[in-house]
Design a protein around this ligand. Structure first.
Ligand SMILES: Nc1nc2c(c(=O)[nH]1)N[C@H]1C(S)=C(S)[C@@H](COP(=O)(O)OP(=O)(O)OC[C@H]3O[C@@H](n4cnc5c(=O)[nH]c(N)nc54)[C@H](O)[C@@H]3O)O[C@H]1N2
Ligand SMILES: Nc1nc2c(c(=O)[nH]1)N[C@H]1C(S)=C(S)[C@@H](COP(=O)(O)OP(=O)(O)OC[C@H]3O[C@@H](n4cnc5c(=O)[nH]c(N)nc54)[C@H](O)[C@@H]3O)O[C@H]1N2
Ligand code: SF4
Ligand SMILES: [Mo]
Length: 753
C-alpha cells in the first residue's frame, strides 16, 4: 500500500487528492490538504474513481476493424505504420483540410493536448472540433471584442465578494468555482453577503440563495438587459470607471435607455420589483461578481448573453477588483485567437469560422456528408465520445460511418470507438503524467502536474508516446536528436538547461518547421534527463519559460528566485517537485489591466453585432405549439460526470437518470411518479422515467447529462440525450447547441415497448 498525491478528473476543479493505492487499485480517496487551492476539499463523486481506473471496457491493445466489422488486435508498430501511411496519402490526395481532429482533452487530461495538437500541424489542417466549441465560444468571442484577444478569459472572485449572481450555473452540483459547497455555505451563513440565483429551476444552489429569480427558460437576455436598463436609468453605473477604463459607453447607454423594462421583466416572468432590487443591489454592492455557465450558454442568445453578463459587471465597475470579475493568467493556452473576418479559415459546407481556434461540433456531420471534394474524410478522436456527447447522435453515427479513416484514442471502448477503423488504447489519467489546464485563478494562480500512480493497463500507452511515435512514422520527426540529448544531460542541471534551450532555439531557427513539434522533441531529448516516469513533462519547461517571461514579477512574488533567464527553470523544478501542485504567481488586482490586449488598454464596450442582437430581442417570439414542453437536456446532478465513468454501478442514486416534471403538468397528462414516458423532439424520441418534482417550472422538464452509455456493449442505461437534440437547433452565429431549450412533447407509454 502506498499513499500518493494526485487529482480528481471529474470536473474542471481537479481537486487535489491523497490516495491509498494497492495492486493497481484505489483503496482510499481523500482530499489533499496540501493542494494550494482545493486544500482538502472534495465532493462525493471523487470517491468512486476506481470505476474510472478499472472496468470491463478498458482498452488493452490497439484494435483494427476487419471487413466483417469485428475488431482484431494488432501491434502498435503495425497500427501506427498503417495509420501514418493513410494520413500521408490523404494529405497528398486531398490536402490536410480533409482531416479533422476531435476532442483533445476532457476535464482532467490536458497534457496530451500538448502533443496531439502537433498532429493537426503535421496534417496541415486547421480543423479542430471540441466540446469547448459547443459551450464557451460565445463567451470567447465576446472576450475577444471587449478585451482585445480571445485568450483574455474572465474569472470571478466569489470568495471575496459580498454580492454574487449565479446566472444559469448550479455550482452546488457542477462545481466550477473554488471549493463550491464551502464557498456557497460561507455566503449563506453571512447576513452581510447576498447570493442571487437566476435559474428556471429551484436548483440546489438556488435553495441556498437569498434571492432566486426563477425565470422562464432562455429569457436571460431579457432579464439581463432589463437590469442594465434599470442601472443606467437610475444612474447607478460607475461613471469614473467607465470614463477611465472603457470606450463606447455613450452608444451603449442610448441602446439601454430604449429598453422597455416592464415588458422585458414580464417576458422573463419575474416581478419588476425583484428585477429592480437585484439590479440596484448588484450595482451598489462594494464587491460584486457574476458567475455564468451552461444555463446562459446552451440557451437562446448564447453570445448576446455573454455580452450582457459582462456588461453588468463592467458598467458597474465590478472589474479588476477584489471580489469582482477579473482576467487571469494561464500556463497551457487552451484556445488561440482567431478573427472571423480572416480569409481562408472557413469550413467547406457551412462556411463556418473558428472562434478561439476551435470549430463547433454541431456542424461536423454536415462537413463530412458534404458532397464536395473538400469534405472531411478522416477524423481523429481523442478524449471525447462525440457519438454520445455531441448534438444528434444519429447524424454523428451516419457521418462517421462514411469516413475513409476514423481513429479513436481513448482509455475505453466507447460508442464512438465502436465505429472506428483503428482504436488506440491510452493510459488512464492515473497511469501517466497529467496536468490541468483549467487553472483559471486570479490574483494567485497555481499549476498542478501529477506523476503517474500506476503502470499503463496492458498495452496502453500515454498520449505523448502515441503522438511522438506517429510523427516519427510519418517521417515528420527524426527519431533521434543526438546533440540535444547530449547537452540536456550535462551537469550541473541549470547550466545544462540553459545550454539546452539555446541549442533548441538554434535548431528552430535553422529548421523553423520543427518548432511546431517542440513537445515531442523535448520529450525525446530533455525528457531523458527527468525521472523515468516524468519524461513526458519535458515541454513544461517551454511553458514555464514563457510564463515567467510574461509574469516575471508575479512569479517572483511567490518567492521563486531567478533571473529572467533562469526563473523558468526554477518554476519548472518547483512544479515537478510538488505532486500536490504549487502557486505559480501572485498578481495585484490592478494587474488585470496589464492582461488586457486592446491597444489602448481600455475595454471596448461597443460591439455593433451585439447591439443589433439586443435590438432584435424586441420582436422575437419562440414558442412552438407542436412541442409544448421545454426540455433542459443535460442537467448536472449528484451522480453524473460527463461520459468519464462508463459502468453505471458507480452511481449511488438516480440510476436511471429520471426526467423531472412539475406535479401539475404530470397531473394534466395523468402521469404518475416513476412512469415511463416518451420524450419526443423534432428528430426523435427516447423513453425516460418520470420524477415528479416541484423544483421545475411548469411546461419545463429536465434530463441529466452523462447517461446513456452502453457498457460492455449492452443496453444504454439512462437517457441518450443527444438522440433527440437536433444539430441545427443552435445559435446561428457560434453554432452552440440550445441544449437547455429543446422543444419536446411528452406522451405516456401506452404499452410496454
Ligand atoms: N455533477 C456534475 N458536474 C459537472 C458535470 C457533470 O456532468 N456532472 N459536467 C461539467 C461540465 S463539462 C460543465 S460545462 C459544467 C456545467 O455546469 P452548470 O452549467 O452549472 O450545470 P447545468 O446543470 O448544466 O446548468 C446549470 C443551471 O442552468 C439552469 N438553466 C437551464 N436553462 C436555463 C436558462 O434558460 N437560464 C438560466 N439562467 N438558467 C438555466 C439549470 O436549471 C441548471 O441549474 O459542469 C461540470 N460539472
Ligand atoms: N445534450 C447534452 N449534451 C452535452 C452536454 C449537455 O449538457 N447536454 N454537455 C456538453 C459538455 S458541456 C461537454 S464538456 C461535453 C463533454 O463530452 P466529451 O467532450 O465527449 O467528453 P467526456 O464525456 O468527458 O468524454 C471523455 C472521453 O474521454 C475518455 N478518456 C478519459 N480519460 C482519458 C485519457 O486519459 N485519454 C484519452 N485519450 N481518453 C480519455 C473517456 O473514456 C471518454 O470516452 O458533453 C457535451 N454534451
Ligand atoms: S468532481 Fe470536481 S469538485 Fe468533485 S472532487 Fe472532483 S474535481 Fe473536486
Ligand atoms: Mo462542459
Amino acid at each position: 500500500m502506498a499513499s500518493e498525491k494526485t487529482a480528481c478528473i471529474l470536473c474542471s476543479r481537479n481537486c487535489g487528492l491523497t490516495v491509498t493505492i494497492d495492486n493497481g487499485k484505489f483503496i482510499k480517496i481523500q482530499g489533499d490538504e496540501q493542494h494550494p487551492i482545493s486544500k482538502g476539499y472534495l465532493c462525493q463523486k471523487a470517491a468512486r474513481l476506481e470505476y474510472y481506473q478499472n472496468h470491463d471496457d478498458r482498452l488493452a491493445q490497439p484494435l483494427k476493424r476487419q471487413s466483417d466489422g469485428s475488431f482484431s488486435p494488432i501491434t502498435w508498430d503495425v497500427a501506427l505504420q498503417e495509420i501514418a501511411e493513410k494520413l500521408q496519402n490523404m494529405k497528398q490526395k486531398h490536402t490536410g483540410n480533409a482531416f479533422a481532429f476531435v476532442g483533445g482533452g476532457g476535464q482532467g487530461n490536458h497534457w496530451g493536448g500538448m502533443y496531439s495538437r502537433q498532429l493537426l500541424t503535421a496534417m496541415g489542417s486547421r480543423f479542430i472540433y471540441t466540446a469547448l466549441a459547443q459551450e464557451k465560444t460565445g463567451d470567447i468571442w465576446v472576450n475577444g471584442r471587449l478585451f482585445g484577444n480571445q485568450l483574455c478569459h474572465t474569472t470571478e472572485d466569489i470568495e471575496h465578494a459580498d454580492y454574487v449572481i449565479f446566472i444559469g450555473a448550479n455550482p452546488f452540483q457542477a462545481h466550477g468555482i473554488v471549493n463550491a459547497r464551502d464557498t456557497l455555505k460561507a455566503f449563506q451563513k453571512n447576513p452581510n453577503r447576498t447570493m442571487v440565483v437566476i435559474d428556471p429551476r429551484v436548483s440546489e444552489t438556488a435553495k441556498m440563495a437569498d434571492i432566486h429569480l426563477q425565470l422562464k427558460p432562455s429569457t436571460d437576455a431579457y432579464l439581463m438587459s432589463a437590469m442594465l436598463a434599470i442601472i443606467v436609468r437610475e444612474g447607478l453605473h460607475d461613471k469614473a470607471f467607465l470614463a477611465t477604463h472603457c470606450t463606447g459607453f455613450e452608444t451603449l447607454e442610448k441602446e439601454l435607455l430604449d429598453i422597455d423594462v416592464e415588458d422585458y421583466a414580464k417576458r422573463a416572468d419575474i416581478p419588476l420589483e425583484l428585477v429592480q432590487k437585484v439590479a440596484r443591489g448588484f450595482a451598489q454592492a462594494k464587491k460584486a461578481c457574476i458567475r455564468v455557465d451552461l444555463g446562459t450558454q446552451h440557451t437562446l442568445h448564447t453570445t448576446l448573453n455573454a455580452y450582457l453578463e459582462k456588461l453588468l459587471y463592467l458598467v458597474t465597475g465590478h472589474f479588476a477588483q477584489k471580489g469582482g470579475n477579473n482576467l487571469h493568467t494561464a500556463m497551457i493556452p487552451l484556445v488561440s485567437h482567431t478573427d472571423e473576418r480572416k480569409k481562408g479559415i472557413r469550413t467547406a459546407k457551412h462556411k463556418m469560422f473558428p472562434i478561439g481556434g476551435l470549430y463547433p461540433p454541431n456542424i461536423l456531420p454536415d462537413e463530412i456528408n458534404h458532397s464536395g471534394d473538400d469534405r472531411i474524410q478522416a477524423v481523429w478522436v481523442d478524449s471525447a465520445n462525440p457519438v454520445l456527447t455531441y448534438a444528434d447522435s444519429q447524424a454523428y453515427t451516419t457521418a462517421f460511418e462514411q469516413l475513409e479513416l476514423l481513429v479513436v484514442v481513448d482509455v475505453a471502448m466507447t460508442e464512438t470507438a465502436r465505429l472506428a477503423h483503428y482504436i488506440l488504447p491510452a493510459a488512464s489519467q492515473y497511469e501517466k503524467v497529467e496536468a490541468s489546464g483549467f487553472n483559471l485563478e486570479f490574483p494567485e494562480n497555481f499549476f498542478h502536474m501529477r506523476p503517474p500512480l500506476f503502470a499503463p493497463f496492458k498495452e496502453a500507452l500515454p498520449e505523448p508516446e502515441i503522438y511522438t511515435r506517429l510523427l516519427e512514422k510519418m517521417g515528420i520527426l527524426p527519431d533521434k536528436f543526438p546533440f540535444l540529448t547530449k547537452i540536456a544531460a550535462f551537469e550541473p542541471k541549470i547550466t545544462a538547461r540553459l545550454g539546452y534551450l539555446a541549442a533548441l532555439n538554434n535548431l528552430f531557427s535553422r529548421k523553423p518547421n520543427l518548432k511546431q513539434y517542440g513537445s515531442s522533441i523535448m520529450y525525446r531529448t530533455l525528457g531523458k534527463t527527468l525521472p523515468t516516469n516524468m519524461e513526458s513533462a519535458a515541454p513544461l519547461l517551454g511553458l514555464t519559460l514563457l510564463y515567467t517571461h510574461k509574469h516575471f514579477e508575479a512569479v517572483q512574488k511567490v518567492g521563486y528566485q531567478g533571473s529572467k533567464r533562469s526563473l523558468g527553470n526554477t518554476l519548472f523544478e518547483a512544479i515537478l517537485g510538488n505532486p500536490s501542485g504549487v502557486i505559480i504567481s501572485k498578481h495585484e488586482f490592478e494587474d488585470t489591466w496589464s492582461l488586457l490586449k486592446t491597444p489602448d488598454k481600455r475595454v471596448h464596450l461597443e460591439i455593433p453585432e451585439m447591439l443589433t442582437a439586443l435590438r432584435a430581442l424586441v420582436t422575437e417570439n419562440s414558442s412552438n405549439p407542436d412541442f409544448p414542453f421545454i426540455l433542459i437536456a443535460g442537467e448536472r446532478r449528484s451522480y453524473n460526470a460527463n461520459q468519464i465513468y462508463r459502468n453505471s454501478a458507480w452511481r449511488k442514486t438516480d440510476p436511471k437518470g429520471t426526467m423531472r416534471m412539475h406535479p401539475e403538468d404530470a397531473a394534466e397528462l395523468s402521469i404518475t411518479n416513476g412512469a415511463n414516458v416518451h420524450c419526443e423532439s423534432s428528430i426523435g424520441r427516447i423513453t425516460v422515467v418520470v420524477e415528479i418534482d416541484k423544483s421545475v417550472r411548469r411546461k419545463m422538464v429536465t434530463l441529466p447529462n452523462g447517461y446513456g452509455s452502453r457498457f460492455k456493449n449492452g443496453d444504454a442505461i439512462g437517457p441518450q440525450l443527444n438522440m433527440i437534440t437536433p444539430s441545427d437547433h443552435c445559435e446561428p452565429f457560434t453554432k452552440t447547441p440550445f441544449h437547455k431549450y429543446v422543444p419536446v412533447k411528452i406522451t405516456k407509454v401506452v404499452f410496454d415497448e
